[in-house]
Write a protein that binds this ligand. Structure first.
Ligand code: MG
Length: 264
């Protein structure tokens, strides 16, 4: 099984390099999404959304909110307003529903750290890679916990939050900001994401994107968003993360690809 995963990853890297026209990836940094990657917070978010909608008389399938992860509050609310009322929500409606959502979220049990993420962050340190945070969140209850849970990992200078960007995911802007803040290029990094719109953003920024399906969404949604490789959960990624870093160091990856044409 490990051999198969290794071959899949190698092939994904090779396809990525060819499609992007990158010679190779000189890995210097890993960009991390926050909700559903560092913190197992999406169950709380989706339940809070469901309750906030119910308070307004809108019944919603909780799993649908996983698909809108990364959207602004208004973006999520409008998905339902367009369908039910045939119009977008006005400013006041957005504010009321979003406030209720935040209140429900903050009332919920403490969000846990994503199982396996600490092993990945340990590998980062071991290989001397920078950690960059790229989140659309402005949720202080989680942002304020970063230093306590992951001491010295996410330097304040290498954090991109809702306050740093004009356009959220799926725009590439948050990931491009993250690269700029850490002084690395797209071909010197990789992204770990869990949401389709986050994957779209990372792919649009030209970065190799590892999707980890930490929620209940169909895997196909993450492939459609452009994920270069997909893991079913964070523990599966953690088990091979060191190997992935090693594969990026293999210089011959793209030379293998070139050989059929040059031997003609
Ligand atoms: Mg996420």
């Amino acid at each position: 099984l490990m051999i198969n995963i290794r071959m899949d990853i190698r092939e994904s890297i090779r396809q990525f390099l060819v499609s992007r026209g990158y010679g190779r990836i000189r890995l210097k940094a890993v960009l991390f999404d926050m909700d559903g990657v560092l913190f197992d917070s999406m169950k709380n978010h989706t339940l809070a959304w469901q309750k906030a909608m119910a308070a307004r008389g809108i019944s919603a399938d909780r799993n649908e909110f996983y698909l809108y992860e990364g959207c602004t509050g208004k973006g999520t609310i409008d998905q339902f307003f367009r369908r039910i009322y045939g119009r977008e929500a006005d400013e006041k409606e957005v504010e009321q529903i979003y406030q209720a959502k935040s209140r429900f979220f903050n009332e919920m049990p403490t969000v846990e750290i994503m199982p396996g993420i600490r092993d990945i962050l340990f590998d980062l340190k071991k290989y001397g890679l920078k950690a960059i945070l790229v989140t659309g969140s402005a949720q202080h209850s989680l942002l304020d916990r970063l230093e306590k849970e992951f001491p010295g990992v996410f330097l304040p200078a290498y954090r991109v939050t809702a306050a740093d960007v004009k356009q959220g995911k799926p725009s590439p802007e948050p990931y491009l900001r993250g690269l700029a803040k850490a002084g690395v290029r797209a071909d010197e990094a990789l992204v770990i994401e869990n949401a389709p719109m986050g994957v779209q953003a990372a792919v649009a920024a030209g970065i190799f994107t590892i999707a980890v399906n930490t929620g209940p969404i169909p895997p196909q949604k993450l492939y459609e968003a452009g994920a270069d490789i997909l893991f079913p959960d964070m523990l599966s990624l953690a088990a091979v993360f060191g190997e992935i870093v090693g594969l990026f160091k293999e210089e011959y990856l793209c030379q293998e690809r070139r050989s059929p044409t040059t031997s003609e």
